[in-house]
Design a protein around this ligand. Structure first.
Ligand SMILES: [Zn+2]
Length: 380
């Protein structure tokens, strides 16, 4: 197999456990190399036939992205191989995650007996959005879109987050435009941006939308008052077996953001950072991709020393993120700045007269929320 590093007649690795670590379009197993016992996560899938050009290209692309995109919040590809006896391809990945973010949110969204552990988990969660902004900024800057950002594609190991699963990502540098048209293919429905749902052009802004949904889920669980299941019920207006996509009900999404802005939460320490993250989630979930904040602006906001409103959030990122990015390098103008109270608290606009019937809901709320409102035009 020329698309992988090595070929083996028999598998030189041994699987750990009876169940894979993860399962989507392929299985991920914890494996150990028989010769030296070194442990990896291995993404396994059946080797495509030589004439299956599409599949071969897909694998090549995933390997290319994972070898090109190097960041402390992206899983590392340590090798790829083909096993003749089982006709499978294996991608060796590090770190071996403890769980993914979807599982983490599910575990810590429930009530625990051990309040101390739960508090630790909540505080941990507050660090992740700024780290995730950094890694998405890195990806977009390097010319990649992830295209399937969701909690189950974010892995957790030793309190750190790692972006994984580049199976359907693409590099947009090769084409004249960073947008692709048409149906979303294998993308996860729950986190799809409105522009994808409407089969309009999708670009980097769609990644920001999906991350916005993820940040909203993190805030929900970190506040400690509601679970993801509660969020689903809210979005669906009642119990549902299938999670409702965020983009289908802008008003209910806004309502959830607002509800949590005024909620005091279980831990005083987390309340203010979460309020700020909710403000950012609001900008990330702008239904209009042209006015939606981009990730470069998010990072700028967090790094701006002059604006301490969001700067404190940037300070919550991991040490490596703080080390590599603590000055406003880009200074892309923002089209909106949130109003900040003199005591440093967050101004929360009244929800009066706002309903699902409100025309241009996001614009109306922005108007109430912002001190200055300077529009900018940017290429995405
Ligand atoms: Zn970080």
């Amino acid at each position: 197999m020329e698309i992988v590093d090595e070929s083996f007649k028999d598998d030189p690795f041994m699987r750990h456990g009876k169940e894979p670590l993860g399962k989507s379009n392929s299985e991920v197993w914890k494996v150990a190399r028989k010769s030296d016992g070194k442990v990896y996560a291995r993404k396994e899938f059946p080797a495509p036939r030589r004439d299956n050009k599409e599949m071969n290209e897909k694998i090549k692309k995933e390997i290319f992205i994972m070898t090109t995109a190097k960041h402390h919040h992206i899983v590392k590809l340590c090798g790829s191989h083909y096993i003749e006896s089982s006709q499978t391809i294996g991608l060796l990945i590090l770190p071996v995650a403890e769980m993914n973010l979807a599982e983490y949110l599910e575990v810590w969204g429930r009530n625990h007996v051990n309040e101390f552990e739960q508090q630790k988990a909540r505080r941990n969660m507050c660090q992740w959005p700024p780290c995730l902004f950094q890694v998405l900024d890195y990806l977009h800057d390097a010319g990649f879109r992830h295209k399937d950002i969701k909690p189950s594609n974010i892995l957790i190991k030793d309190g750190q987050v790692y972006l994984a699963d580049f199976g359907i990502s693409s590099n947009f540098r090769d084409s004249n435009t960073s947008k692709t048209k048409g149906p979303a293919g294998a993308i996860t429905e729950r986190y799809i941006a409105p522009e994808i749902d409407n089969e309009l052009a999708r670009g980097r802004a769609s990644d920001v939308w999906a991350l916005g949904c993820t940040v909203l889920e993190i805030c929900t669980v970190a506040l400690g008052e509601n679970s993801i299941e509660d969020l689903n019920e809210h979005l669906h207006q009642g119990p549902s077996s299938r999670p409702t996509p965020f983009c289908r009900s802008p008003y209910l999404v806004f309502d959830w953001i607002w509800l949590h802005l005024v909620c005091s939460g279980k831990d005083e320490f987390c309340r203010r950072p979460i309020q700020k993250m909710l403000q950012l989630a609001f900008l990330m979930l702008d239904p209009n991709p042209n006015t939606r904040i981009n990730v470069r602006q998010l990072v700028d906001l967090l790094n701006k020393l002059g604006s301490n409103h969001f700067h404190s959030l940037g300070q919550a990122a991991c040490d490596e993120c703080k080390r590599t990015s603590h000055v406003p390098l880009h200074n892309f103008p923002l089209h909106s700045v949130f109003r900040e109270e003199p005591d440093g608290s967050t101004y929360i606009p009244l929800k009066d007269n706002i309903s699902s019937k409100t025309q241009d809901l996001w614009e109306e709320v922005k108007r109430r929320w912002l001190v200055s409102h300077i529009w900018w035009e940017m290429k995405r």
